[in-house]
Design a protein around this ligand. Sequence first.
Ligand SMILES: C[S@@+](CC[C@H](N)C(=O)[O-])C[C@H]1O[C@@H](n2cnc3c(N)ncnc32)[C@H](O)[C@@H]1O
Length: 213
Amino acid sequence: MIDEAKTRRLYDRIADVHNVALKVNRYRHSVTKYLRSLNLDLGPDPLVLDAGSGTGIQTLGLASAGLNLKRAIALDISPKSLHVAREQFRKDRVLEARKIDVIQGDILEFPFGDNTFDLALTCGALEYVPLDKGLEEIARVLKPGGKLVLIPVKPSVVGTVLEVLYKFKTHKVDDVKRIALRHFNIVGNHTFPPIEPMGWSKRIFLLEKKIKP
Ligand SMILES: C[S@@+](CC[C@H](N)C(=O)[O-])C[C@H]1O[C@@H](n2cnc3c(N)ncnc32)[C@H](O)[C@@H]1O
């Protein structure tokens, strides 16, 4: 397993640069476009978790997509990344920063009760943990029928470069599907067009937590 303290130190060092790279690549735009295209029927006042939020790009994308949030939580192990996230939330013109809580924590041990969230997003973070444990923990805190926007790094040349730079391990697409099915139904499977930089390294699965009898 990847050393959590090392990962935290890495992201504390590179948070600013990582954030600039995301802006140059217009990640927020890609995520917003994708989220808008979904018919996310979340009901009134949804509670949202951005798991492994880094500098907050997915939460910002969610706000731009016009989702009416009751509260969102951006959780990450890197305090510096969360500091950058907080600043971005504060300055953003679309997002209401007072609705976002920024919490330092571990995606394998959320400080939340079972069945808490209506929606979770996670992008490029489960690559640092065993996939089965990561998905199990997200499933635990989602309400039955709750949605997970899972944005894994796809195995590719760019993915290999990112593995070296960011010191993580890409999960095989078949493993993602197989393990996801333990807790979720796969209701969407999206690949970004190559003109979007996000498509060079990522794909998206929309998952729905199974309702167990
Ligand atoms: C590639 S970055 C992605 C950040 C963000 N989701 C995005 O799309 O820009 C991976 C993030 O996962 C976080 N991370 C890695 N392991 C973690 C863990 N065990 N618990 C919480 N966050 C973790 C890192 O600190 C980093 O911010």
